[in-house]
Design a protein around this ligand. Structure first.
Ligand code: HPA
Length: 274
C-alpha cells in the first residue's frame, strides 16, 4: 500500500481540525513503558490514532496509541504515546506515517526514545544512551517506493541523522543534571523475537552498542523531510546471551518504570533548550 501526498494531507487536516490553531514544533515518540511523560503535557489535546484518517492503531504492550498535543517546558509538542512497529504487521511506510503527518503540521524536530537491549558489555542495564547513529541494513527502507519530493530527495544523505547540535545539547543537559549518559550506535532488529546470542555477537562486531525494534525507521523518514532528531535509549536489559538468563518483556517494562524519573528529567531539560 503506497500512501499519497493526499493521504498525508488528509490526516494533517483532520488533526488541524482538532487542534484549534495550535501548531506543534517538536514531535516526540515515547517508547515501551516511557509513555508517562505524555501525562505531564500542559493544556493537553488528546487524539486517538484510530480516529485519524489513514492511521493505524498501535497494538504493542506499554503503547497507548494516541497523540497528546500541548506544552512541555513551554514548547509546543506533539507526543506520540505509543508507536507502530514492523513486527505488529505494519509496513515500514505505515510505521513512519505519523512522522510525515507531524512534519506537515509544523514539527521541525523529533525527539525519539526507546527501550533497548544493551550490547556493549562495559555498560549496564538501566543506563541511558544518547543515540549517535544507527545500523538498519538488513531490512528494507521506509523510503522504498515512489519518492514524494514534497518531503525530500530520492537519495537523502544519512551521515548526520541524529543531529549533532541536539546531541551536544543532550550531553550538556545530562552533565548539569548529573545523569550519566552513554553514547553509541543503535542496531535495529525487526523482532518480535528477541535476538539470539549469535545475532548479538554479530551486532557487536558490526559496531552496535544497543539493540532494539524501533526508532531507525522513524528517524530515516524524519531525516528525509529535514527534521532535526534527538534519540535517547533506555538500556533496559543486557542483550541476549550476555547474562545467563532469558529475556522477558516484564524486565523491559520494569526497567522503564525504574528509570522514569531520570529519563523524564533529561528529556524535559533538552526540550527546554531545543
Ligand atoms: N532486543 C530488542 N529489543 C529490545 C530489547 C532487546 O534486548 N530490549 C528492549 N527492546
Amino acid at each position: 500500500m503506497a500512501f499519497t501526498m493526499e493521504d498525508y494531507r488528509e490526516s494533517a487536516a483532520y488533526l488541524q481540525s482538532r487542534l484549534g490553531g495550535f501548531v506543534p514544533r517538536t514531535a516526540m515518540v515515547l517508547g515501551s513503558g516511557l509513555g508517562d511523560l505524555a501525562d505531564e503535557v500542559a493544556q493537553p489535546i488528546c487524539v486517538d490514532y484510530r480516529d485519524i484518517p489513514h492511521f493505524k492503531a498501535s497494538t504493542a504492550p506499554g503503547h497507548q496509541g494516541r497523540f497528546v498535543f500541548g506544552l512541555l517546558e513551554g514548547r509546543p509538542v506533539a507526543v506520540m504515546q505509543g508507536r507502530m512497529h514492523h513486527y505488529e504487521g505494519y509496513s515500514y511506510e505505515e510505521v513512519t506515517y505519523a512522522i510525515r503527518v507531524l512534519r506537515l503540521l509544523g514539527c521541525t524536530s523529533l525527539v525519539v526514545t526507546n527501550a533497548a537491549g544493551c550490547v556493549n558489555t562495559a555498560w549496564q542495564a538501566g543506563d541511558l544512551m544518547l543515540i549517535t547513529d544507527h545500523i538498519k541494513m538488513f531490512s528494507e527502507s521506509p523510503l522504498r517506493g515512489e519518492n514524494l519530493p514534497q518531503f525530500g530527495v530520492r537519495f537523502p544523505d544519512a551521515s548526520n541523522l541524529y543531529t549533532p547540535r541536539l546531541r551536544e545539547l543532550a550531553r550538556q543537559a545530562a552533565r548539569e543534571l548529573s545523569i550519566p549518559l552513554r553514547e553509541g550506535v543503535y542496531f535495529y532488529c525487526y523482532g518480535p523475537q528477541y535476538e539470539t546470542p549469535a545475532e548479538i555477537r554479530a551486532a557487536r562486531i558490526l559496531g552496535g552498542d544497543a539493540v532494539g525494534m524501533s526508532t531507525a525507521p522513524e528517524v530515516i523518514v524524519a531525516g528525509h523531510c529535514g527534521m532535526e532528531v534527538l534519540g535517547i535509549a533506555l538500556l533496559s536489559n543486557m542483550a541476549a546471551g550476555i547474562l545467563d538468563q532469558p529475556l522477558t518483556e516484564q524486565e523491559v517494562l520494569d526497567a522503564a518504570q525504574a528509570a522514569k524519573e531520570k529519563f523524564s528529567a533529561l528529556i524535559r531539560t533538552c526540550l527546554a533548550r531545543l
